[in-house]
Ligand binder design. Structure first.
Ligand code: AMP
Ligand code: ZN
Length: 469
């Protein structure tokens, strides 16, 4: 399995630190608002990496944090006149709801910054003891970037250029750094902000330290994979490396993976630019499985431009797979034969080639675009090789393959739960109302949901009639 490592700027063979086990840390969102679909990209991409690793037989320990102390959270709390924890808890719950909708598995652990302050104070103290940090007059603790020889190794930046670019910050006297690239480990409290006691001042941690601390606590001093969006390479991940390696005296993460941006009109989607859709917005128009399919239709290191056309294409693509599985279910209910015929055995063997094609794509730095193409090829093969006369064994074998490959991508394509008659009727009523309100997207979605369950609708003069296929 080859993975592209930002550290070496090359694809490298993946060899975990411990046989059969993968430790993975993915920087999570700051929880002050509903997540937007740009934030959803790393969630979906790295959840798929995890699923593929599990498919390959690794036990994956997956840690993803929630940053629950931050200027934006405090600002929102002050606006609403509530404690910051009210805001962060609210949006952690909302984020988990979105993750569930996108079929992103919960992490093994979801640590929160505010619950790990003691560990942060301890690591900062170690950095001070080792002379990698210093305390300024006002109690701010800074990391001394010049004390860490490898500073800059991840972002491959020219540090002298960066230093001269940032020198003006020193001149303003706004902070008391010794070097423009030094960054905050701990800062004094301001009026109306939450704070914790520390040996240096009452205050709160800088942003970067939480990931170094949580990663070490839940995964150990050295981990296999550290991941996030490419905007985190500098300074966040560069600073995490400096903190962890200076404190622990060991290489921090072996492989650094970064997803490219989700753009809109070729600009990065972001809250601050105001050009974003929340996952919730998209969930009103589409099943979030469609969003997941859309994200995986591009390689994670390629920029992806969001558009209605691409979402429609994703919807159609996903429906093609769901439709095929629905058809297999339909045939399976009527089929007999526990053993394949000679001819079917031959076809089943041919179909296995698509699994190899899928694995080959995923082994090449998680090329989900090609992996999905392999699923499509398998669907096409299935559609041309099954018939009413197919044996149960053959139909089941093809269905299992499609479902397995889709599941590695986190795509739910087998709508198993049988809808009860009352549920069908409720959905039909909802569809009528959606049509009346001219919400045709929702109406179509309901029709598709029903079709996937083998329910056929007929519009008659007396109203909508339905039957099971
Ligand atoms: P934030 O809450 O801004 O710290 O972002 C959480 C995660 O989402 C980080 O891994 C970011 O790199 C990632 N992210 C934010 N915006 C985008 C975007 N437009 N495209 C892809 N990833 C993004
Ligand atoms: Zn982080």
């Amino acid at each position: 399995m080859k993975v592209y490592n930002t550290l070496s700027k090359r694809k490298e063979e993946f060899v975990p630190l411990e046989d059969g086990q993968v430790s993975m840390y993915v920087c999570g969102p700051t929880v002050y608002n509903l997540i937007h679909i740009g934030n959803a990209r790393p969630m979906i991409v790295f959840d798929t990496v995890r699923r593929y690793m599990e498919h390959r037989g690794y036990r994956v320990n997956y840690v993803s944090n929630f940053t629950d102390v931050d200027d934006k959270i405090i600002k929102k709390a002050n606006e609403e006149g509530v404690d910051p924890s009210v805001i962060s808890e609210r949006y952690i719950e909302e984020c988990k709801r979105d993750m569930k909708g996108m079929n992103v598995k919960p992490a093994t652990v979801h640590p929160k910054a505010t619950e790990e302050i003691d560990g942060m104070i301890e690591m900062i103290q170690t950095l001070l003891d080792k002379d990698h940090a210093y305390v300024a007059e006002d109690g701010t603790v800074y990391f001394k970037t010049r004390s860490f020889r490898d500073y800059g190794k991840l972002s491959h930046k020219n540090l002298d250029d960066l230093r001269s670019g940032a020198r003006s910050l020193l001149v303003t006297g706004e902070d008391q750094k010794q070097d423009p690239l030094d960054f905050v480990l701990w800062k004094p409290k301001k009026e109306g902000e939450p704070y914790w006691e520390s040996p240096w001042c009452q205050g709160r941690p800088g942003w970067h330290i939480e990931c170094s601390v949580m990663s070490r606590k839940y995964l150990g001093e050295q981990i296999d994979i550290h991941a996030g969006g490419e905007d985190l390479i500098f300074p966040h991940h560069e600073n995490e490396i400096a903190q962890s390696e200076a404190a622990n005296g060991k290489e921090f993460a072996k492989y650094w993976l970064h997803n490219a941006f989700l753009n809109i009109d070729n600009h990065k989607m972001s809250k601050s630019a105001g050009n974003f859709f929340t996952v919730r917005d998209i969930g009103e128009k589409y099943d979030l499985q469609v969003l997941r399919f859309f994200m995986l239709s591009a390689h994670y290191r390629s920029p992806l431009n969001f558009s209605a056309e691409l979402m429609e294409a994703a919807k159609n693509g996903l429906e093609r797979i769901i439709g095929c599985v629905g058809n297999l279910n339909f045939l399976l209910e009527r089929a007999s034969g526990e053993e394949m015929t000679e001819e079917e055995r031959e076809s089943a063997k041919q179909a296995e080639a698509y699994i190899a094609q899928f694995d080959e794509a995923m082994d090449d730095d998680f090329n989900t675009a090609d992996a999905i193409a392999a699923i499509f090829d398998l669907v096409k093969f299935t559609n041309t090789h099954v018939a009413e006369s197919s044996t149960k064994a053959f139909l089941q074998a093809l269905k299992d393959e499609i479902v397995m490959l889709s599941d590695i991508c986190g795509l739910i394509v087998d709508k198993k739960e049988e809808l009860l008659d009352a549920d069908v009727e409720a959905l039909i009523r909802e569809r009528q109302e959606a049509r009346k309100a001219k919400n045709f997207a929702r109406a179509d979605e309901i029709r598709d949901t029903l079709a996937a369950q083998g329910i056929l609708l007929e519009d008659t003069r007396e109203g909508v009639k339905w039957k099971r296929a």
